[in-house]
Design a protein around this ligand. Structure first.
Ligand SMILES: [Zn+2]
Ligand SMILES: [Zn+2]
Length: 384
């Protein structure tokens, strides 16, 4: 009897040591790693730390691919070290840090951009203006300088998530709980692109019923802006792009007019539609010619929103203004549930933009986003 008890105790003790060992050395995940400028990304097995007290471990079910990911792939320097991108993750909560309240294992979540939660802007409820926005989203580390993928010599924490991965660490500040009866793979792109486009119209520009608006670039962000403009009753809503398939979709989603800027003069076409200029422009292309036009076609008191980080001219006549907008000035925990509600009311058809790919097809999905063939690629990592 005594020896049996001892054997059991030893086994239990060994189990405990094994548990501690795995906590110390983290968990194996599969993530798409960028090691070469321009890609391709390679799916590798990496070791990730367990969630810290203020973190949540999310099993990623799906993630959107956004043009910001592609911008990083093309601008990456070897000296930056290998990184994991991805910032439109959606998944299920697997583990919850001790100090995180209101989140449970099994919750369905959409991940969005990160903010510090402590600076003046965050405390005033403006996390898109967080004083640490750059470091929290593009620093490839936590704000304390640590990196949960350091055991593999790779950097994560892109937008506080790095969701091109089977698992991601997030915090309560960039996690939004969503209803369990909605497919996570369709909800994924709400975390960045759709929030940015719709938020620019509804929050940053506060577009009113009857206001005229032109949307330059009808990719995922631009089409979200078109749908939001339609929802708030704006009109005319003018989509501008060079890809006929996208302009057709813009029409179907609420644009009253479409201009193909490859073979039509944008300023003249807008004048023919409105008799003057427009009250608002949402500029998503970053193209220097379109940036100039976005200011030129404004009516007096009109406002253009630049979404690519470009800044506008210092001064414009007759009260015209240009705003540089980040993430549609949206507080994700408030705005994403609003977008989901609009979708459920049959008003925000963002599912029309999405095409699904297996995680292993990530490089093909990126190529299709580059060519414009797919508006919003969504990678599927696992089942719900
Ligand atoms: Zn994005
Ligand atoms: Zn902050």
């Amino acid at each position: 009897m005594k020896s049996e008890g001892l054997a059991r105790g030893t086994f239990a003790e060994r189990g405990r040591i094994l548990t501690r060992h795995s906590e110390l050395h983290g968990n194996k995940i599969q993530a798409a790693v960028l090691r070469r400028r321009g890609g391709p990304l390679k799916i590798e097995s990496l070791e990730m730390e367990n969630p810290r007290d203020d973190e949540v471990l999310v099993r990623i079910v799906a993630t959107g691919i956004c043009h910001t990911d592609i911008g990083f792939i093309d601008g990456w320097e070897e000296s930056d070290g290998p990184v994991v991108l991805g910032h439109e993750g959606a998944g299920m909560v697997e583990r919850v840090g001790r100090s995180v309240k209101g989140v449970r294992r099994g919750d369905h979540v959409v991940l969005s951009y990160q903010s510090c939660g402590r600076c003046g802007q965050c405390r005033r409820g403006h996390p898109t203006d967080c004083e640490h926005f750059y470091d929290a989203n593009f620093g490839f580390k936590r704000l304390d300088g640590s990196n949960a993928l350091h055991l593999s010599g790779v950097s994560g924490h892109f937008f506080g998530q790095s969701s091109f991965s089977t698992h991601a660490l997030a915090t309560k500040r960039n996690l939004v709980k969503v209803p369990k009866d909605l497919p996570l793979e369709v909800l994924a792109p709400l975390g960045c692109g759709l929030q940015t486009g719709a938020g620019t119209v509804m929050n940053s520009l506060n577009v009113c019923s009857g206001a005229s608006i032109a949307v330059f670039g009808t990719g995922a962000v631009g089409l979200a802006a078109v749908m939001a403009a339609h929802i708030v009753g704006a009109g005319p809503i003018i989509g501008v792009d060079i890809i006929p398939m996208r302009l057709k979709l813009a029409h179907e989603l609420g644009a009253t007019h479409a201009i193909n800027s490859r073979n039509q003069d944008v300023a003249e076409s807008i004048k023919a539609i409105t008799g003057s200029g427009v009250d608002h422009v949402v500029e998503t292309t970053g193209d220097p010619e379109m940036l100039r036009l976005a200011a030129d076609v404004l009516n007096p008191q009109g406002i253009s929103a630049f979404l690519t980080g470009a800044s506008g001219p210092d001064s414009l006549p007759e009260g015209r203004r240009v705003l540089s907008v980040i993430q549609g000035d949206a507080v994700p925990q408030r705005f994403i549930p609003q977008l989901i509600a609009l979708h459920q009311e049959g008003l925000f058809h963002y599912d029309r933009l999405v095409k699904f790919y297996a995680f292993s097809e990530i490089n093909r999905a990126i190529a299709d986003a580059r060519s414009g063939e797919t508006i919003k690629p969504v990678l599927q990592m696992s089942e719900t």
